[in-house]
Write a protein that binds this ligand. Structure first.
Ligand SMILES: Cc1ncc(COP(=O)(O)O)c(C=O)c1O
Length: 428
């Protein structure tokens, strides 16, 4: 019996792990208010939509009937007019007409942030010991969620265009040889401006990914979990069709689970996310959600629906893109000036909130390595790359780190990048 079981805790409590490193980073940041945090993946405090939210609240409040509906419980699947607005946006973003090969309203489930959707999907699909193939690196919170349900996470190499199809194929072949193919339930990728790698999966790669998932789905369906948390934060380049849309064109949308959110594009405090699910998963995911909360906060959903109906969301996103573009530019220009001469490289992100650095091989960016301490004493925090790798598969390199440019001002970004360069320089 494990220590946790002896203390009367469930196995899932043990799988959830103890002290997580983000809490440690936060403690560090709070203890040193002078630190520039290039670590937290929060959105910019200054651009949060206070006025647009007040106006939407006023509009909702002005109608007593709607106000009372908002103050009542809603349905498990979510508020209808919000789901309609989400569907409409999704169809437009993917250039799909209503009634065509795109998703239908009954496939749209509203959740408390996309994190809840990801959690419900993990609960719905995975038994302990089953496998999710994850981009290496991946969004570390979801890696923890998967560990929390007892799933195994196996990393697959990525490059500047997203997950590498040949590497994915080889990993699946390895699992087949090991007699584990039936245990592979899903592939997890953040397709737009990835957290942490900053990369966007190209359309060709997306098509290859779907083809591979489908080809290996002969023992059971291998779903692709498409995390699109940063889709709206596009600063350069054209819109890319979602995996979901490409899947729909090929196979009526039965392979891809799409997770979206208004957290990054509007407000994480309102915390409304959604899933677009293959039809056969809608019932099982709703059954899980029914057990958790039988519906996300109705008030927040109606508020978000009002924001969308008033056109405030699109106006906000336009301004947000301008502001984050300046921060991304400042991060990349500083990296070019101070980090490139130190032998550091990166894939320039074209959206999102992150820049992923590759340092010289000899530098260990880990929490226990010398750079982390040096960086803190120089006044800057980053997320060590080691936190972003699945437990198995592609080996965790020691020399990567994630920078987030969402929260600090342009001036602080420049100061933080100079401090980081100084810290790295002292190791040389
Ligand atoms: C890749 C990714 N997915 C999902 C989320 C969850 O966001 P939320 O639950 O607020 O929608 C985040 C948050 O940082 C993220 O970075």
């Amino acid at each position: 019996m494990s220590g946790d079981e002896q203390r009367g805790l469930s196995r899932r409590a043990a799988w959830a792990g103890g002290d997580n490193f983000i809490s440690r980073l936060m403690t560090e940041a709070l203890a040193r208010p002078d630190l520039v945090s290039l670590a937290a993946g929060f959105v910019d405090q200054q651009t949060l939509p206070a006025e647009a939210t007040r106006q939407a609240l006023d509009a909702l409040w002005a109608d007593p009937t709607r106000t009372r509906i908002a103050l009542q419980y809603g349905t498990t699947i979510g508020h209808r007019s919000l789901r309609e607005a989400i569907l409409d946006r999704m169809l437009k973003a993917d250039s799909l007409g209503p009634g065509g090969s795109g998703p239908t309203l009954d496939q749209i489930v509203v959740t408390a942030g996309s994190n809840q959707l990801l959690h419900l999907v993990a609960d719905t699909l995975l038994n302990p010991g089953e496998i999710v193939l994850c981009a290496a690196p991946s969004y570390f919170v979801f890696l923890d969620t998967l560990a929390n349900v007892g799933a195994r996470t196996v990393g697959v190499e990525v490059d500047c265009n997203g997950i590498i199809p040949e590497a994915l194929d080889e990993e699946l072949a390895r699992r087949k040889t090991a007699g584990e193919l039936a245990a592979v339930k899903a592939i997890y990728v953040t397709t737009y401006y990835d957290n942490p790698s900053g990369t966007t999966t190209t359309t060709t790669r997306r098509q290859q990914l779907i083809e591979i998932a489908r080809r290996w789905s002969h023992e059971n369906t291998i779903y692709i979990i498409e995390d699109a948390a940063y889709r709206e934060l596009r600063y350069y380049g054209d819109e890319t069709p979602s995996l979901y849309a490409l899947d729909g064109n090929l196979d009526n949308g039965e392979q891809v689970i799409h997770a979206g959110t208004f957290s990054k594009s509007f407000s994480p405090g309102i915390r409304v996310g959604w899933g677009i699910l293959p039809k056969r998963l809608v019932g099982p995911v709703l059954a899980q959600k029914g057990n958790v909360d039988f519906g996300s906060p109705h008030f927040n959903q109606m508020l978000m629906a009002t924001v969308l109906q008033r056109g405030s969301f699109d106006r906000h996103v336009t301004g947000l893109r301008e502001s984050y573009r300046r921060k991304l530019d400042a991060t990349l220009a500083s990296a070019e000036k101070w980090l490139r001469p130190l032998g550091i490289d990166w894939v320039p992100a074209t959206g999102g909130l992150y820049v992923w650095l590759r340092l010289p091989d000899a530098i260990d960016t880990g929490l226990g390595g010398s750079l982390f301490r040096r960086a803190v004493s120089e006044g800057v925090l980053y997320v060590p790359g080691e936190c972003c790798y699945p437990k198995e598969g592609y080996p965790c390199p020691k020399n990567r780190l994630r920078l987030s440019f969402g929260v600090p001002s342009v001036e602080d970004i420049v100061r933080g990048m100079e401090s980081l360069a100084r810290a790295i320089g002292t190791l040389g």
